[in-house]
Design a protein around this ligand. Structure first.
Ligand code: HEC
Ligand code: HEC
Ligand code: HEC
Ligand code: HEC
Ligand code: HEC
Ligand code: HEC
Ligand code: HEC
Ligand code: HEC
Length: 466
């Protein structure tokens, strides 16, 4: 509603005599995706305002006047946006309760529902995708709560990337109670404020800040693959404009959708178990270390399984995995032969199975140290078993108390899982030879070597203590 009222005040002031003329109609018809009801009420309100209030001093001008001095860069960005051209103004998004320098805390920081007033389609689509779970997933991980708040609510760490997802009232309150009031909106993560450009979000750079680094170097993998190379060659004019070069958006946000999801997901585990007995046993071992299965019995551990389900962290039946795979295969087939693409994707699945053999071997060695009492079960762990979701806070070590209790062999295990296993298989899907071998597979074998060695020395030390 805000747009209908405030937006058109300024516009109408410009229109002689305050009457709605063809120019107003033209502006209105330009607004794609704004529901008809809104347009009608806007015309009506506009007509009334136009008749009543020509020449009045507008609150909106105050925002601009003052912020031109306070934050000129921001006003400039806004003035370049389609919002400015369509009279979506400061107060449309921030309200008009704040009027002076002193009362700026009264300005509303708009969440996604404000954008949804005019962009319902993108909002609905976003709500169905994995991005909508970013914040909830973050908070569901035990390791998160050992990190300083600055890195989470403060948004310069896990929270800087996981500020994706519509926050519940309870989540907002928790954040405010901790003294953090920004990061209320996910929509400005790809089209940044206050330009809010569509083109910026179509650029793969828009994904880079988050999809890079330790456990998900998709930017590095894609940009140094032939797919990325061709994109940059096109940018430089070394390939013609029409040449094909798939971007992140091309493969993951097809046809303007805001709903993103992959077949394997981040954890690289799924159900049903594979048919091959060794591969099935290895998957089970990994699921135990994730806390999804009870190590002693192999039965599902409901608290963690339910959390995984609630945020769609893994595909738990064949059909939901196949659905995402088919979508992707269709995309590859726009440029490659289907058989070619199928083979490439299946090679990714196969290397994941082989990586899991190494991974399971490593988990079993560390689990042996727990079973033999050489590593003591930390209170915060669900089982007497290595626990991957502790992140590097192995041994349940708390940030401000007992970092000296960290278990190093567990850390090597987590590095093997989060850093090297991720690279080994994600690189196949992103067509990157170096990440697949040297940064991925090769490093997994090195981790395993270190774990074998540490196991020996820990056992020897333990025997000497007795
Ligand atoms: C008299 C000057 C003035 C006017 C008028 C004004 N602002 Fe501000 N605004 C400020 C100052 C000063 C700050 C705080 C800047 C800072 O922290 O450096 C601020 C901060 C803000 C913030 C950030 C709030 C936060 O929590 O950090 C928003 C949003 C904002 N203004 C929007 C508006 C809107 C919308 C209007 C018009 C309805 C408006 N401003 C009118 C001076 C003004
Ligand atoms: C389309 C909606 C929209 C419009 C229009 C808009 N803003 Fe914002 N603004 C946002 C969002 C979203 C944020 C980020 C909120 C957060 O992170 O919690 C924000 C944040 C801010 C902040 C605080 C963050 C910072 O970077 O300093 C200020 C100040 C601000 N806006 C001022 C303005 C002013 C002045 C205008 C008009 C020239 C304006 N905004 C127009 C959506 C909008
Ligand atoms: C009051 C209505 C309104 C609100 C609220 C609103 N927008 Fe818009 N937005 C528009 C209109 C109108 C356009 C221009 C549509 C067009 O030209 O097709 C637009 C265009 C856009 C575009 C496309 C720009 C381009 O380069 O083509 C993006 C992205 C966008 N808005 C994001 C947002 C986000 C994010 C928010 C919330 C922070 C938001 N909008 C809030 C009305 C609104
Ligand atoms: C540089 C940005 C960034 C930082 C920092 C970051 N993450 Fe992530 N995280 C991501 C991205 C991107 C994904 C999705 C990657 C993928 O699927 O390959 C992700 C995925 C996850 C997932 C899996 C989500 C799912 O549903 O599959 C968890 C859990 C997670 N992160 C936890 C954390 C925790 C805990 C921290 C801090 C200790 C953290 N992340 C820090 C960007 C980040
Ligand atoms: C992960 C990145 C990402 C996020 C987060 C994101 N968008 Fe977008 N958005 C895009 C991309 C990419 C496009 C361009 C789609 C295309 O090619 O047509 C786009 C396009 C748009 C457009 C222009 C539609 C058109 O065709 O004119 C609007 C409006 C928009 N987004 C609104 C939103 C809103 C509202 C949110 C938050 C609910 C949001 N976006 C969050 C990536 C994102
Ligand atoms: C602000 C950080 C951020 C930006 C920018 C961002 N993402 Fe993400 N992305 C995440 C996080 C965090 C997750 C994991 C969400 C979850 O927990 O479900 C994720 C998940 C994903 C997934 C789902 C992976 C899975 O588990 O199935 C895909 C695909 C994805 N992002 C693609 C993109 C693309 C393409 C862009 C750029 C247009 C982009 N993202 C921009 C943070 C970001
Ligand atoms: C040529 C198509 C293609 C391009 C381009 C592409 N990806 Fe992917 N991406 C894939 C495939 C295939 C998978 C694996 C899907 C599956 O699970 O079967 C994948 C998986 C992912 C995942 C989930 C990883 C995981 O842990 O399982 C994320 C996140 C992601 N891609 C982000 C990106 C980002 C960001 C970019 C750009 C820097 C990008 N992708 C470029 C095809 C692509
Ligand atoms: C928009 C078109 C396009 C899409 C979509 C696309 N690719 Fe490509 N791909 C190319 C082009 C062009 C090359 C460069 C061919 C060459 O190296 O001569 C390439 C190269 C490759 C290569 C390396 C070939 C080599 O000879 O080294 C592989 C593997 C590959 N793509 C797999 C995939 C997979 C898997 C998908 C889907 C997830 C996919 N591609 C989607 C256009 C595309």
């Amino acid at each position: 509603m805000a747009w209908g009222r405030r937006g058109h005040r300024t516009r109408l002031v410009e229109i002689q005599g305050g009457r709605i003329d063809s120019r107003t109609i033209q502006v209105v018809s330009m607004v794609k995706g704004v529901p008809m009801k809104r347009l009608l009420s806007l015309l009506l309100v506009g007509a009334v305002m136009g008749l009543m209030l020509p020449g009045m001093v507008w609150g909106e001008d105050n925002c601009l006047e003052c912020h031109k001095k306070e934050s000129p860069g921001m006003v400039n960005d806004w003035s370049l946006s389609k919002h400015a051209a369509n009279d979506v103004t400061c107060s449309t998004c921030h309200g008009d309760a704040h009027k002076t320098a002193a009362d700026y805390l009264k300005a509303k920081l708009p969440d996604e529902s404000v954008c949804a007033e005019c962009h319902e389609e993108q909002f609905e689509s976003f709500s169905k995708g994995k991005h909508n779970f970013g914040w909830t997933v973050l908070n569901a991980i035990p390791g998160t709560h050992f990190a300083p708040d600055e890195l989470i609510e403060g948004g310069r760490g896990c929270g800087g990337c996981h500020n994706m997802g519509i926050k519940s009232e309870a989540q907002k309150k928790e954040q405010l109670d901790k003294g953090y009031r920004y990061q209320t909106n996910s929509c400005d993560e790809c089209h940044t404020r206050h330009t809010f450009f569509k083109k910026e979000a179509q650029n793969p750079r828009a994904c880079q800040q988050c999809h890079m680094g330790y456990d998900h170097p998709q930017w590095e993998m894609w940009s140094s693959s032939k797919h990325g190379e061709r994109y940059f060659a096109k940018l430089a004019g070394d390939l013609p404009d029409g040449a094909s070069a798939p971007t992140c958006q091309h493969c993951h946000l097809q046809n303007g959708t805001h709903e993103n999801k992959t077949a394997w997901g981040f954890l690289g585990v799924r159900l049903p178990l594979p048919e091959d007995p060794q591969a099935a046993a290895d998957r089970v071992t990994i699921l135990k270390a994730l806390g999804v299965l009870v190590p002693e019995t192999g039965e599902p551990f409901e608290p963690i399984l339910n959390a995984v389900k609630a945020v769609d962290m893994a595909r738990l039946d064949e059909a939901s995995w196949q659905k995402e795979r088919d979508k992707m295969l269709n995309t590859c087939s726009e440029c490659h032969s289907t058989e070619y693409a199928k083979e490439q994707l299946e090679a990714g699945d196969a290397i994941l199975t082989k990586a899991d053999r190494l991974m399971a071997e490593a988990i079993e060695i560390v689990a042996g140290l727990y079973a033999d009492g050489i590593i003591k079960k930390p209170e915060s762990y669900p089982f007497n078993y290595p626990f991957i979701l502790a992140l590097m806070h192995t041994n349940g070590a708390n940030w401000d108390e007992n970092l000296q209790d960290l278990s190093y062999i567990d850390q090597v295990l987590l590095q093997m899982y989060f850093k090297h296993r991720m690279r080994a298989y994600q690189a196949f899907f992103h067509v990157n030879p170096d990440y697949a071998y040297w940064y991925g597979w090769n490093m997994m074998t090195e981790d395993l070597g270190e774990i074998i060695e540490l196991d020996k020395s820990m056992r020897a030390q333990h025997a000497m203590k007795k």
